[in-house]
Design a protein around this ligand. Sequence first.
Ligand code: CA
Length: 238
Amino acid sequence: MNNNRYKILVIEDESNIRSFAKTILEANDYQVLTADTCGSGIMMFSSHRPDLVLLDLGLPDKDGLEFIRTIRKQQESTPVLVLSARTGETDKVEALDLGANDYITKPFGTAELMARVRAALRISQYSSNPSLMPDGKFKLHDLVIDYDRRIITIAGEEIKLTQTEYNILVLLARHTGKVLTYATIIREVWGPSDDGGVKKLQVNMANLRKKLGEKPGDNRYIINELGVGYRMCEESQE
Ligand code: CA
């Protein structure tokens, strides 16, 4: 028995989904803890310090959002993946804005669950260890961001970006694999006092993607998560 396994807390009141997730995760050598209410989830989180949380939002005692609010007060970095219903667009956005890392739409399959879990664990290690990018450059396929010189190249050709486009690209790159909501990007790029931002963001994003040579529906670098936000692709998705 390997004692060095990642510990994952599954908070879900529907027993079939809970045991499905538990079975898959255990088969992939993760250690699994489960809770079926928000309150017991918070207690399990505090006493066991899991490496990752899978969180249903519709829980019998409290809203799952309450879990995120509570744990983010104690702890910034543990990844939280929200298990959301297909129709819960507003909930998803609110959860991401409160500090959830990603969401998985129900019903989900084994491959999708495992891909999201691995990505979230990888990102959380990556951001706690910036030395993984030793030469100060971000690379994705043929795209390179040279942070020191503040230039972007694709296959060695420099791409001229405006300051805003550069800032958006760098923000997404710093959170590769993670969905950033419209509100998060607007706050980070234009500051907290900016309003009327989504349209402005979409215009900048369209220009940025055009300069990167991306056509609509082409997800080589940036994925448009409709109604939610944007995500920088991971190399491994190709
Ligand atoms: Ca539920």
